[in-house]
Every structure is written in structure tokens, then in C-alpha cells.
Write a protein that binds this ligand. Structure first.
Ligand code: MG
Length: 222
């Protein structure tokens, strides 16, 4: 007797890809550049989003999707800045998926948005496996996590368009080898842009803002 094997993982990922394509098409229709921001908990996703809003909100129409296992503390901070935001609580789920993002898109003013920032659930293991419909993937790694993270969680770095090395202001207090970090990341992903930044002091943030602004501009011209 032959045994039928159902590969759940492949089915789930296949269905997610299809939904992600539909989300991307919808975002394209409205000309919304969408950025999926991933990192471990505490690396600075929310800080990056808040700094970006602060710098760019007069020039670019921004909306935000916040993903967390529980709570709405991050979405409240974004909302206080007058930016449309939806909080997704995954209730234990360790990543966002395209279905969740589709629901969030239904509650956002896409016709009046140029840049959508999606804060994924803090996790270095699986968020990269689930496309959301985004145009860019950004990975944040921070100095206190250690310079070995790309060796331990290579897929997250290999799949990103930009890697932000946050909390660079802590360099004098930590044994962190920035060059070793860059070498491993570039080995995994030769086309990646690596930007050392500090959301706290503003160091290096100009490069991030220009990268994002040129993405928004290209999206509009298309
Ligand atoms: Mg956060």
C-alpha cells in the first residue's frame, strides 16, 4: 500500500505566496511602497518606525501595520504621531502572514498612502519565510545582540534588501566586530545594503531616510 504524504508546510507557504501576490498587486494599484521590517525583539523596529515618521511625515504619506504577539503599545505610539495604524495581535503566532496583512489593508487609507511600514513580530527564525506582499525587506540587527547573529540566523539576512545595524552608539561599550558582521552578511547576500545607524542619536539615519525616499519616488514614477 502506498502512503500518501501531505506536506503541510509547502501547502501553507504556497497559499501564503498567492495571498501575498494579491496584496502586492493591491498595493501597486495604489502606488504604495511597502516595507517589511524584521528583527529580534528589542533591536529597534518601533524606534526606527517612529524616527522615520518624525523625519518624513511632512514629505511622504505614511501608514503603519504593527505586528505583535500581544498588546497595542507600539500602535499607540504611532497613532499619537497622527499616522494611520493597525495593530495585528498574532496571539502566539511568531510571524505575520499575508492573510493578516490583507485584513489590515482593509482598514488603512491606501488611496492616501505612499509608504507602508510593516513591523513584523520580533523573531529571527521564520518571518522571512512568509511573504506579506511587500516590495522591500529590511532586517535590523543591533549591537547588544552580538556580531554572530548572521551566522546563527542566516536566512533572515540572506532575504533582506537592506540590513540596519542599530545602536551603533554603543560600540565603545561592547566587544562587537562591525567588520566581521559586515563580512558574513555580504557573504550571504552580496547585493545587500548595510547601514550602521543609531535611532537614539540619529547617527547614520540620513542614509536610511534617503534609501527609503528614493524607493518611494521610484514607486510613484512607475
Ligand atoms: Mg516593536
Amino acid at each position: 500500500m502506498t502512503v500518501k504524504v501531505i506536506k503541510i508546510g509547502e501547502d501553507i507557504l504556497g497559499a501564503n505566496e498567492e495571498k501575498a501576490r494579491a496584496n502586492r498587486k493591491r498595493l501597486d494599484t495604489h502606488g504604495v511602497l511597502t516595507v517589511n521590517i524584521m528583527s529580534s525583539p528589542g533591536a529597534g523596529k518601533t524606534s526606527l518606525i517612529l524616527s522615520t515618521i518624525n523625519q518624513m511625515k511632512e514629505k511622504v504619506k505614511i501608514a503603519v501595520i504593527e505586528g505583535d504577539v500581544a498588546s497595542s503599545v507600539d500602535a499607540e505610539k504611532v497613532s499619537e504621531m497622527g499616522i494611520p495604524v493597525v495593530q495585528i495581535n498574532t496571539e502566539g503566532g511568531c510571524h505575520l502572514d499575508a492573510n493578516m496583512v490583507e485584513s489590515a489593508l482593509n482598514s488603512l487609507p491606501l488611496e492616501d498612502t505612499e509608504l507602508l511600514l510593516i513591523e513584523n513580530v520580533g523573531n529571527l527564525i521564520c518571518p522571512n519565510e512568509f511573504a506579506l506582499g511587500e516590495h522591500r525587506r529590511v532586517m535590523i540587527s543591533s549591537l547588544p545582540e552580538g556580531d554572530d547573529k548572521p551566522l546563527k540566523y542566516p536566512a533572515m539576512f540572506a532575504d533582506s534588501d537592506a540590513v540596519l545595524l542599530n545602536k551603533i552608539d554603543l560600540q565603545p561599550y561592547l566587544d562587537y566586530d562591525v567588520n566581521a558582521f559586515k563580512k558574513v552578511v555580504t557573504g550571504l547576500n552580496p547585493d545587500v545594503i548595510i547601514l550602521p545607524v543609531s535611532c537614539k542619536t540619529g547617527e547614520g539615519m540620513e542614509a536610511w531616510f534617503s534609501w527609503l525616499e528614493s524607493g518611494v519616488k521610484n514607486k510613484k514614477e512607475r
